[in-house]
Design a protein around this ligand. Structure first.
Ligand SMILES: [Zn+2]
Ligand SMILES: [Zn+2]
Length: 179
């Protein structure tokens, strides 16, 4: 995704609408049929005081394994964003043409194009959750028999009432009582 700065300047500070689809490789997650996830980006951009302001949102679908029940599930991530990029003028130091660089927590760029692919790629990486769930209240797998408890319940008993531990419990109580 690239914004052409002369077009933004012509709009004299008004926000213009843009839409782009950005394929993200190397994220470690895959979408349907082993494809790289695609970010669908809707944004508005304006050029004000040598800065490009952008705001909008993106969404991307990918496949993953639920960390509780291990079922393969389709996930959709959605993020909104608002950012500004300082447009370095001819003769100003720092920045390379077209590409965004970072200095003192600010984004800088030079030239007539603002290339945003890498910005959104990073944004996608940062929003990938460490743990994914097929749904909020996924019941997970039974730790004893491995049954997926979302599909059917099993007859395994809770560990606290498991009869196998009863003799050991007596032993521990007798031992500590004798000292
Ligand atoms: Zn699950
Ligand atoms: Zn079970």
């Amino acid at each position: 995704m690239e914004l052409f700065i002369p077009d933004l300047k012509k709009a004299k500070g008004r926000f213009l609408k843009f839409y782009a689809e950005i394929k993200v490789s190397g994220s470690g997650v895959k979408a349907y049929q082993d494809n790289d996830p695609v970010l669908k980006v809707s944004l508005q951009a304006a050029y004000v005081n040598n800065r490009v302001l952008i705001k909008g949102n993106w969404q991307a679908g990918f496949l993953g394994e639920c960390s509780r029940c291990l079922e393969q599930t389709n996930f959709t991530l959605r993020e909104s964003f608002a950012e500004e990029f300082i447009h370095l003028q001819a003769g100003e130091g720092g920045g390379t043409a077209g590409n965004i660089s970072e200095k003192d927590e600010q984004f800088l760029f030079k030239g007539e194009l603002l290339k945003l692919d890498e910005y959104f790629r990073q944004s996608f990486f940062l929003s990938l959750p460490l743990k994914i769930l097929c749904h909020e209240d996924c019941k997970g797998l039974c730790p004893i028999c491995g049954q997926n408890k979302n599909k059917s319940s099993c007859s395994c008993t809770d560990e606290s009432t498991d009869q196998r531990w009863t003799p050991l419990k007596h032993f521990i109580e007798k031992d500590s009582g004798g000292v």
